[in-house]
Structure formats: structure tokens, C-alpha cells
Ligand binder design. Structure first.
Ligand code: UD1
Length: 356
């Protein structure tokens, strides 16, 4: 059996890592990289740290408007799937790469499996929400990380091919923590003490492309002070454009995006995480670090219900007061995302559905 895994952006690579390992024990896998992310810090470093095999096809699509990017990817993925037809296409998460891969497979009538299916933020202004809904509605196998995700699909009439597998992020984190501790020097390099800093990431369009939101977030970070901010290239560009870059650098530590090992060490040792990323909210929960989400909605609603995550939007005062006073209850943590066997379960389901 030949499986084509389609990836292109940082969160896709991380989810591919444990699955690729498991898939290659039983099937032939080809990796198609769309080229959505191309900076070393968002792309190559994940392949080398996580030992992901080199992509068999690199489509070099790069950046652009959502329509351009998704359209170019769709065209090039279709050509690739026609030239090397797989028995199953595997897509991950909710990026434009995920949508393009899913559409290409569905139009060619190649069976499609979606890893991290059923997530909903119920905010259709987010490009990722549109991507998730569309991908789920054309998938044949839907691998859900949580029971909430299964319920979301049922509410939209999707019950066939749905499997509760746990989250592959637990697999990859479990497999990487010891390596990360051994290899990362980021805490020493940045003179950071465990629980002595807040870790922040911001890259969502709703924050980066809105001067008022970005201004409020910068003001909150400056007031909090002990913030290590990992800055995505699009955010850096906007901060410079809006004249906020120098002010931010004067009051907190601004670093380029971290590789996976450095990220793990930074997350595990932070006293709190402030982020608008989906994956980082989940990593905070898995590492039992309180998280303030810089958005008005989240697709990881269970983390709110258990009290480990809280929504602050881009509200300066809310961010500051939560950073001072937010304290989850240790006893409320229930390992929402499974125990680290999601990849094995996913591959087992693929094999039993399609044969070896
Ligand atoms: C994408 C995903 C988002 C994910 C994020 C992780 C979509 C719709 N969004 O957002 O869900 O959380 O990846 O990072 O797919 N850029 C670079 N170098 C790169 C890649 C991008 O400088 O290697 C800049 C470009 O200016 C580009 C902008 O970042 O236009 C946005 O990149 P894009 O891939 O479109 O979306 P992300 O914001 O990275």
C-alpha cells in the first residue's frame, strides 16, 4: 500500500513526524512538500530535529494570498498525484496545504484521511476554520484527537469513518522531550531560569494585521516585562511597519522562531504561555503550563473547561491581569489528548481499512 503524506507548514511537519515513522514500518510512504513554509526556522529545522525523511516531491509554492497559494498548491499536488498515484492521501491539521491536499485527492477520487479532524473554533473569520470544515467534509477517514471533535463532526452529519485516536502531538512530544533536554541550550544561552519568564508567540492574521490589536499586545508584553517572544516572520514585518519593533525590543526579549527542541524546553520551563497559536495552546496543556490565549475563540475548548487555558483576546488589561493572577487547579488536568499512542492507532486503522 502506498500512502502520500502532504505537508507544507510548520504545524504539518510536527504531526507528520510520528506518523511517518509508524507508516514506514508497514507501508510505502511518499512525502509531498508544498513549500508553503520555506524559511529554515519554519521548515528544514523540523525535518532534521525530528528525523523526518526528505520529501519525495517539493512543489515550491511559497507565500501569496490565500487564493493564490491554495490554487497553486492544488494544481501542483494534482499533477504529482497523477504522476505517482497513491492508495491513500494523508493530510494534517488546518493549513492551506491541508485544504489543497484534500481537494486534490477528492477530485481525483483518491481516498483521503485527515489527522486532527473535527476541531472547531466556530469563528469562520479564521482561514483555518474554513480549511477544517472543508477538509472534514471530503475525508473518508477522520482521525479525531478528542471526544469533543467526534461530537462536532456528528453535529455536521459526519459519522462514517470517524475514529477517536488521541492526539499525535502527545506522541511527538513524548518522543522528543529527552532529546530536547539533551540538545537544547536555549535556556543557558538566553539566561533563563525555570518558571522565571513568560513565553509568547503571535502570528494570527487577526492580531498581526490589525494595528490596534498588535499595539495592545505589545503594550501588555511591555507591562508584564519578563516575556520571551518568539517572533514569526510575518509578525516581525508588521511590527516594523507599524513602528512597534523598537519599543518591543526595548522592553522584552524578542527571538526568531524556535526549532522544535528549543521550543519544548522553552515551553516546559515557562511560568506561563501567551499565544494565539492552536498547537502551542495544546502543548502548554500537555506540559501543564498555564496558557493565556490571545484570541476570542479557540478550537481547543476542553482546555478552557479544565481551567488550564483562558481567552484574553487582544485586550491589554485582561492580558496583564491574567498574567499576574491566573492559576489553574492541578487536580483538573485529565490528559485530554491521550497517552501517546495515536500514530500507532491511526496506522492500524488505515491498514485494517485499506489492507497492507
Ligand atoms: C500558517 C497556517 C497557520 C499555522 C502557521 C504556523 C494557514 C492558513 N495558516 O500560517 O494555521 O499556525 O502556518 O506558522 O495555512 N513567511 C515567511 N517565511 C516562511 C513562511 C511564511 O516569511 O517560511 C511569511 C510570508 O510573508 C507569508 C506570511 O509569513 O506571506 C504568512 O505565511 P503563510 O504560510 O501564508 O501563513 P502562516 O501565517 O505561516
Amino acid at each position: 500500500m502506498r500512502v502520500a503524506s502532504i505537508v507544507g507548514a510548520r504545524p504539518n511537519f510536527v504531526k507528520l513526524a510520528p506518523l511517518s515513522k509508524e507508516l514506514r514500518r508497514h507501508c510505502e510512504e511518499i512525502i509531498i512538500h508544498t513549500g508553503q513554509h520555506y524559511d529554515y526556522a519554519l521548515d528544514r529545522i523540523f525535518f532534521s530535529e525530528l528525523g523526518i525523511p526528505e520529501p519525495d516531491y517539493h512543489l515550491h509554492v511559497g507565500s501569496g494570498t490565500h487564493g493564490y497559494q491554495t490554487g497553486e498548491m492544488l494544481k501542483r499536488i494534482e499533477e504529482t498525484l497523477i504522476s505517482a498515484p497513491p492508495d491513500l492521501v494523508l493530510v494534517f491539521g488546518d493549513t492551506n496545504t491541508t485544504l489543497a491536499g484534500a481537494l486534490a485527492a477528492a477530485k481525483l477520487r483518491i481516498p483521503l484521511a485527515h489527522v486532527e479532524s473535527g476541531l472547531r473554533s466556530f469563528d469562520r473569520r479564521m482561514p483555518e476554520e474554513i480549511n477544517r470544515i472543508l477538509v472534514d467534509h471530503c475525508s473518508d477517514l477522520l482521525f479525531c484527537p478528542t471526544e469533543t471533535a467526534v461530537r462536532h463532526l456528528a453535529r455536521e452529519g459526519i459519522t462514517e469513518g470517524v475514529h477517536l485516536t488521541g492526539d499525535v502531538m502527545v506522541d511527538v512530544l513524548r518522543g522528543s522531550v529527552h532529546l530536547a533536554i539533551g540538545k537544547s541550550r536555549i535556556l543557558e544561552e538566553q539566561h533563563l531560569a525555570a518558571r522565571g519568564y513568560y513565553l509568547a508567540t503571535v502570528h494570527r492574521a487577526e492580531n498581526t494585521d490589525n494595528i490596534e490589536n498588535l499595539n495592545n499586545i505589545v503594550a501588555a508584553f511591555c507591562e508584564i516585562g519578563d516575556v520571551v517572544f518568539l517572533c514569526h516572520p510575518r509578525t516581525e514585518r508588521r511590527l516594523k511597519e507599524y513602528g512597534l519593533w523598537d519599543r518591543l525590543n526595548a522592553c522584552i526579549t524578542v527571538l526568531p522562531p524556535a526549532g522544535f527542541f528549543d521550543m519544548i524546553c522553552l515551553e516546559r520551563n515557562a511560568k506561563m504561555i501567551l499565544t494565539d497559536s492552536g498547537g502551542v495552546q495544546k502543548e502548554a496543556y500537555i506540559f501543564k503550563v498555564p496558557c493565556i490565549t490571545l484570541r476570542d475563540s479557540t478550537e481547543w475548548s476542553e482546555t478552557l473547561e479544565e481551567g488550564w487555558n483562558v481567552l484574553a483576546g487582544a485586550d491589554r488589561d485582561a492580558i496583564i491581569s491574567l498574567a499576574e493572577g491566573f492559576q489553574p487547579d492541578e487536580g483538573s488536568h485529565t490528559e485530554l489528548f491521550g497517552r501517546g499512542d495515536a500514530s500507532a492507532r491511526i496506522v492500524e486503522i488505515i491498514r485494517s481499512t485499506f489492507g497492507d
